[in-house]
Design a protein around this ligand. Sequence first.
Ligand code: HT7
Ligand code: ZN
Length: 867
Amino acid sequence: PQAIYRKDYHQPDFFIESIDLHFSLDEDVTLVHSQMVIRPRTTNQTVPLVLQGESLVLKNLKLNGQVLNTHDYQVDKIHLTIPTVPTQSFTLETIVEIKPQENTALTGLYKSSGNYCTQCEAEGFRRITYFLDRPDVMARYTTTIVADKNRYPVLLSNGNRVEYGELTDGRHWVKWADPFPKPSYLFALVAGNLHCHGGKFVTRSGREVRLEIWVEPQNHDQCEHALQSLAKAMRWDEERFGLEYDLDIYMIVAVSDFNMGAMENKGLNVFNAKFVLCRPDTATDDDYENIEAVIAHEYFHNWTGNRVTCRDWFQLTLKEGLTVFRDQSFTEEMTSAAVKRIQDVRILRTSQFAEDQSPMAHPIRPESYIEMNNFYTVTVYNKGAEVIRLYQTLLGKDGFRRGMDLYFQRHDGQAVTCDDFRAAMADANKMDLSQFERWYDQAGTPVVDVLGTYNALEKTYSLTLRQQIPANLQAWHIPIAVGLLGKNGQDLPLQLATETNSNRTCIIELREVEQTVTFVNIPEAPIPSLLRHFSAPIKLNFSRQREELAFLMAHDSDPFNRWEAGQQLAQQVIFDLLADWQADKPLQLDPLFSNAVLKILQDTQLEGSIKALMLTLPTEGFLGQQQAEVAVEGLFTVRQFVLQQLAQDHYTQWLTIYKANHHTPYSNEASAIACRRLKNVALHYLCRLDTAETTALAEQQFTQSDNMTDQQSALSCLVNTTGTAKTIALTRFYTQWKENPLVLDKWFSVQAMSYLPDTFENVQALLQHSDFNLKNPNRARSLLAVFSQNQAQFHRADGLAYQLQADIVLQLNTLNPQIASRFVSVFNHWRRFDPARQALMQTQLTRIIQHPDLSKDVYEVVSKSLN
Ligand code: HT7
Ligand code: ZN
């Protein structure tokens, strides 16, 4: 397969002004009739018209009303080429046959639970009809859908419903018109038997918008939170960015088979049901938060993505990084800013920093790809969002808003680049942001070493910051937020030698390889709090004693850094214990760490959700990333030891916390969520002790809970116990929830996450379970993707789990290449393990690459991994 390069971008030779689509949906074949008005980019050009098309059977082709002879055009597996076309605007009509019912790749038009739906991003529209399937070709769409009225009473597409009617043969039709020109990736069609949960929203300019959540009828009672979330997002975008919705209707359809989270098609979002459906007894607090965030994310795309779209797919972060930043900011304001920031940084550091260390490392604006679907990554999305956050940190909230306003003023209705966005930010603020481009074209995580010096005579404190610049790269422009704590734990007023006023937190703009800043009037040797709120996506090295970390953990006014100090302290403790374990020394938990944890447990001021996060140790995956070679068994053993020890040391306090928070009645309020988080962390510690008493607590919670957060949490404690309680609870959960696929996914996941040594065998058995279905991405992920994150069990020394994973990848390669490629990515990190595991993973990668019909998706990942 051939790579495509960013540097090779050319404007299209033709534009498509409008497309009139007609779908005749039938159980055997679906007919797609398209009529396009095509305009050559320049007059008198003599270039061929090359349209993309895949898995299509061409039945008819007319140019300006004339049927074309077979010698007037060529069709291959992925193109329709017409060598000679008029030099002025012309119409092109095609009729193609497709078979959505056989489409297991879930891209293009496919069936899910008997209903038709589409997924066109990135390049799925070409599996529906011949088209210039690239985002810089923006057309006006009208769509007519014809289908059997009984089976498919609901027929939806983008824009407004303009006409409808019935045919004499039991079929009916609906015509939709979208007034906004859009790229093909935003096209959508849905047909099926669906229930509508409706509502309305009045925009700030007084227009009434109809809101509709469409779900399978049995899910009618799980839509209200999605509807509320949508209304909240619409209001927030008006208030924060002055952005109003532009159509009369906004529809969301929930489907069970979906490759990703959701899709922002204009006026007709298609969602993975997981991010729509919820009820207290079926969905956890995290599910509720994720639903609100994903609904907001797709809604925000209406401006950042749809009204202003990407010129080409290399610019994906233009819409995704920006929209993730917008949804993160929304959630920060709807919930707790500190909790949200910690959660987002955890994702960034565990997944994106790992991607940076892998053979798939790429800048947020990649230079090349073989298969675009492989670049919907944590780098493009989450690091992309961090880069947008940097603008806000550098320019301030108001400056950022000025930049956004100018961006929309300049580019509404256009397909643009990341450079256009950066120019809007720079111009609106009269700031030179040229060095900032390096965030877009340099891959990897910047590393900054920091040294602090206190001068008691001068009463100054200096920080010297030095960027480690890899070969061929240049210094980044990095804002570093800093505070200085006095001995009493309070922030000292900060005044740079060059400034007159003082602040509690100061932003140092690091632009050079090395820079020193000096704070004046510092009365005592301070303890610096660095990179507050995680002000840049970097690794910062600053050497600290455990006492200092414990101090920051107890006192830092920046909640993010308070949490961060705790994580660093835990990491130091775990790595020292690991060295002892490797040297066959007995393990003993440092009382300083145990006491620091006790202080958190006893802190009555700390908000419950933050407290729960502070009581959670870094994961094995994260710890492994900090090592030159991942110590699979050692990390597992030592981390388990620390958890067990903390459970023992503070048994009474865990029990007190558990009891104090257990009887809070269920509500979706932040305070009730915090109680559940805290009590469930406590329950997990207690259950580490695996006594009759602790198991009884979990069993009681499991049987008596009225909400899924508590039920799932208790179940995940019970699967790690060694008595009969585990089987009883699993059977009970299955019987209770076997008719609800999203809850059943949790049943698979909980078992895949177990840290007991028989987990692999259980996963193998679950693959044979009658409810397991590899074709359903949610189910496949719930068991296999979750298991692959279970570091100690997945990376078993015998390599059996690797073999199983490779078998699955090869099956998925034919069924659903996008999911196959996600699943094969777990091997990307194979070089970070010990030689024996490396050899075992390499064997599987080699087996995969030798497979005769490898998809582009899997080929790209595996070939880069092996290189
Ligand atoms: N913009 C959407 C991306 C997406 C997608 C991409 C490839 C294959 C399937 C997909 N489903 C959705 C989702 C988003 O970021 O909002
Ligand atoms: Zn998105």
